[in-house]
Design a protein around this ligand. Structure first.
Ligand SMILES: Cc1ncc(COP(=O)(O)O)c(C=O)c1O
Length: 331
């Protein structure tokens, strides 16, 4: 299970995408990535099956989107499309907006974000702390509506659209950084599980893992149709993520918000990690995969830490099995 000679891309070394020379040695931008692979020793249903979380909560703003925001902003700079004080516009349900705000503060740009109404109050509060301009859109318009609104806003305010949903760099960064780190830290991965939002994470990491071991099973996780799970999109809803390569998937799991929240709590109670709601969703699929195996290694993507969700106590509704749960926007 090794890469064929010559099959590694020239950018396979870690920290691949060159940062501008003006980024200092101790800049927050250099602290992005190289996240730990943490074994979940208390969650595996069988002794021979080991489950490892790729824990993105250690990134500066606590999510995997720091990687994407850094890469996309640096690309815009390299292309000469940004000048000091310029506005960058993006549609986001939270994490990308916070990551973009951090990178933009570091590099001297302003940020406008189109957010669906109903995101947890902590996310809007955090963005205001970063001095981000917020534009709300109706949640019914979905991610497609938010993206269209962001495009229009970029035109109206003379800003530059970040376009994480369309830019292939969103996949490339996970192939050459996130996936590369997993291969480095655990060469024998049998199953990889990740939630699907833009599709950047699962597509990029799957490509890197498959190049290393063509037999690795790739498992995608989505919310049920019409249900909202922060960061994730349902492939059966009307929004198609253009970057997502469905041909890489061996299996798709549709996970309920209630189960994701229950597992989010269990991760903290049993493993001592505070992970986000989509980590709970991904873990549900990882546990199902583990039940089907006798032995092997599963890597499950924990895309963010859970701290920002805590003030809204999302699991209260889940525990009451609240019929209104689907109406609550746990993005
Ligand atoms: C918490 C969380 N999990 C998972 C994802 C999905 O990642 P991707 O957009 O790379 O598919 C996102 C995306 O925003 C997210 O915020």
């Amino acid at each position: 299970m090794t890469d064929k000679p010559g099959s590694t891309s020239p950018s396979a070394a870690l920290g691949i995408l060159p940062l501008p020379g003006t980024v200092g040695a101790h800049s927050a931008l250099r602290q992005i990535g190289n996240t730990p692979l943490i074994e979940l020793t208390h969650m595996s249903p069988k002794p021979g099956v080991r489950i490892f979380a790729k824990f993105e909560g250690t990134n500066p703003t606590g999510s995997i989107k720091d990687r994407v925001a850094r890469a996309l902003v640096c690309q815009l700079e390299r292309d000469g499309r940004l000048h000091p004080g310029q506005r960058i516009v993006e549609a986001s349900s939270g994490n990308t907006a916070i990551s973009l705000a951090m990178v933009a503060r570091q590099r001297g740009y302003k940020v406008c974000v189109v957010l669906p109404e109903g995101v947890p109050p902590m996310i809007a509060d955090t963005l205001m702390l970063f001095d981000v301009h917020l534009h709300w859109c109706k949640p019914l318009a979905g991610m497609r509506g938010a993206i269209e609104a962001a495009e229009q806003l970029a035109k109206d305010c003379g800003g530059v659209a970040l376009r994480q949903f369309q830019n292939p760099l969103n996949v490339h960064v996970h192939e050459t950084e996130t996936g590369e780190e997993i291969v480095r830290d655990l060469p024998d991965v049998d199953v990889f599980v990740a939630g699907i939002g833009t599709g950047g994470t699962i597509t990029g990491v799957a490509r890197r893992l498959r190049r290393h071991n063509p037999k690795v099973r790739i498992v995608g996780v989505e919310p049920h149709m019409g249900e909202r799970l922060q960061g994730l999109t349902c492939l059966d809803d009307h929004f198609a993520a253009p970057l997502f390569d469905i041909s890489l998937l061996d299996r798709r799991f549709l996970v309920t918000a209630a189960r994701s929240l229950q597992l989010m709590r269990e991760i903290t109670a049993r493993e001592g990690l505070v992970a986000g709601v989509s980590s709970g969703a991904a873990l549900h699929a990882a546990l199902r995969e583990a039940e089907r195996m006798d032995r092997g290694n599963i890597v499950v993507m924990f895309s963010d830490s859970g701290w920002k969700y805590l003030p809204s106590r999302p699991w209260d509704a889940a525990e009451r099995d609240d019929p209104d749960l689907d109406e609550v926007h746990w993005w």
